[in-house]
Design a binder for this molecule. Structure first.
Ligand SMILES: Cc1cc2nc3c(=O)[nH]c(=O)nc-3n(C[C@H](O)[C@H](O)[C@H](O)COP(=O)(O)OP(=O)(O)OC[C@H]3O[C@@H](n4cnc5c(N)ncnc54)[C@H](O)[C@@H]3O)c2cc1C
Length: 451
């Protein structure tokens, strides 16, 4: 159903719909529902996106780009009066070149599908956010998503060679390259990575691929104290690991109750993985390091199935904590030497506010996901908000950042002003003003309304 009153009606009913149920289903993200957008754009091609943005620009209609809506910072929460632009139908792998070791994909390709396509060609696309099974590459690039193997491989942006992007007025630009190296001009590819839909709509992505690694080997180590786990993390940073994850007791209890895995009741658990040529020896040595630093139990996965089961326990951390009540997820990153301090401060905040906070995350990167659970009452919600503020402040105080991988979105735009110095804020506003002079691209996201 389309309204003849909308400028987008001229695109036809295949590309633009106003069915309230369909539109409402695309209004929010995993962190909450959005407002009441007036329509949904469903482009199939770059030309469709360009035509839609030209109309949006002419009529000054805000546009909220959307991948799978799995974001956790409110980036795809569409405000009233905006239209949502979904990339769901732009879901093709356009090229996979084993010689150049790259793939060219449309933004709506699900991350796991790109990884599978690369694997089928004997290659490897490393980025693996916890949402790998449903998030899109476009969303991953727009948030510069991380994941569990960042310790060794880095984040999504480290694999982006070039982009095709439709700018606010419908102009199509292709920053970047297909070559292994290249330094021509400003690095606008990097500027667009992590721009959360505020500088352009990404319509094509060229990613770098790696040769497939050796089969991964996995170890879990349980600790009776957080301090012991923290000391082990320090010692393990020198090891050639591809993954170093942590879950605290609250998270472990929640995962155990969801999966019945029998994880015991340690204060913390580390999950380690190596995928180098000598992975078995690497994880065996890492296991010994854990024991030397007080691990009460160290278990090496015997085979791929056991390894996958251990990884699944970590992937279930958020779903498990979500079952405990209403929740709010934070995402902060501190220097790795300050992780234990951060977790201790979070425990104090939880006790002060009388709420449950489970902490899990990427210990190898210092990137933690405190998950705040409350009873759904107004008081519980208020306590969670106070705790969320206190945790984010603690991260800055410890020399960290307000977001390690989920992005600023709408949840943390006020915090961005506290993290960025005035010069960097001015640069950010200048970039936004130059690329989106009418402020139609995801307004209110990242920089806030006046951005
Ligand atoms: C269970 C779970 C686990 C998760 N684990 C991780 C994790 O380990 N690491 C991590 O980093 N994140 C994680 N996330 C968060 C989320 O999955 C990522 O932020 C992901 O990159 C979002 O992708 P998406 O396709 O769902 O994007 P969306 O949520 O639809 O959008 C995210 C942002 O990108 C913009 N955007 C989307 N597509 C485009 C495009 N084509 N052009 C321009 N802008 C665009 C949107 O406007 C929005 O600002 C997790 C989420 C869940 C629910």
């Amino acid at each position: 159903m389309t309204s003849s009153g909308s400028p987008f009606a001229s695109l036809g009913p295949d590309l633009y719909v106003e069915d309230p149920d369909v539109v409402a289903a695309h209004a929010g993200d995993a962190s909450g529902s959005g407002g009441a957008p007036s329509g949904l754009l469903r482009p199939r091609t770059t030309a469709d996106v360009a035509a839609a943005l030209a109309l949006a620009h002419e009529h000054r209609v805000p546009v909220v780009p959307r991948g799978a809506g799995s974001g956790l910072s409110g980036g795809a929460q569409a405000p009233a009066g905006s239209v949502v632009l979904s990339t769901a139908r732009m879901d093709r792998v356009l090229d996979l070149d084993p010689v150049e070791r790259l793939a060219v994909v449309q933004p709506g390709v699900v991350t796991a599908d790109l990884r599978a396509a690369a694997r089928a060609a004997g290659l490897f696309y490393p980025p693996d956010p916890g949402s790998v099974a449903f998030s899109t590459i476009g969303g991953n690039v727009a948030t510069n998503a991380g994941g569990m193997c960042c310790l060794k491989y880095g984040v999504t942006g480290d694999f982006v060679l070039g982009l095709e992007v439709v700018l606010a007025d419908g102009t199509v630009a292709r920053p970047g390259r297909r070559t292994a190296k290249g330094v021509a001009g400003y690095d606008l590819t990097r500027l667009l990575v992590g721009s959360e839909g505020t500088l352009g709509v990404i319509t094509e992505i060229t990613v770098r691929l790696l040769p497939a690694p050796a089969p991964a080997r996995t170890v879990v180590a349980a600790f009776a104290s957080l301090e012991a786990a923290g000391a082990a993390v320090h010692a393990l940073l020198a090891a050639p690991l591809s993954m170093l994850e942590v879950m605290d007791r609250t998270t472990l209890r929640a995962v155990d109750s969801l999966t019945g895995m029998g994880l015991g009741d340690p204060a913390a658990m580390l999950l380690l993985q190596a995928d180098d040529a000598d992975a078995a020896a690497t994880v065996a040595a890492a296991g010994r390091t854990c024991t030397e630093h007080g691990a009460t139990d160290v278990a090496v996965a015997e085979d791929d199935a056991e390894s996958d089961a251990l990884l699944e326990a970590r992937r279930q951390a958020l779903p498990a904590l979500e079952r405990l009540g209403s929740w709010l997820l934070d995402d902060v990153c501190v220097p790795r030497s300050r992780i234990v301090e951060l977790i201790r401060r979070i425990e104090e905040i939880a006790a002060r506010e009388g709420i449950t906070i489970g902490v899990f995350g990427h210990a190898g990167d210092g990137n933690m996901h405190p998950t705040l659970v409350h009873d759904g009452s107004p008081d519980g919600l208020a306590a969670c908000h106070r705790a969320f503020e206190a945790i984010t402040a603690a991260a800055l105080d410890l020399g960290g950042t307000i977001t390690g991988e989920h992005g600023v979105g709408r949840l943390k735009r006020d915090w961005l002003r506290r993290e960025l110095d005035p010069g960097t804020q001015a640069m950010s506003r200048a970039v936004k003003g130059a690329l989106d002079p009418r402020g139609i691209l995801n307004p209110g996201c990242v920089l806030g309304v006046e951005g």
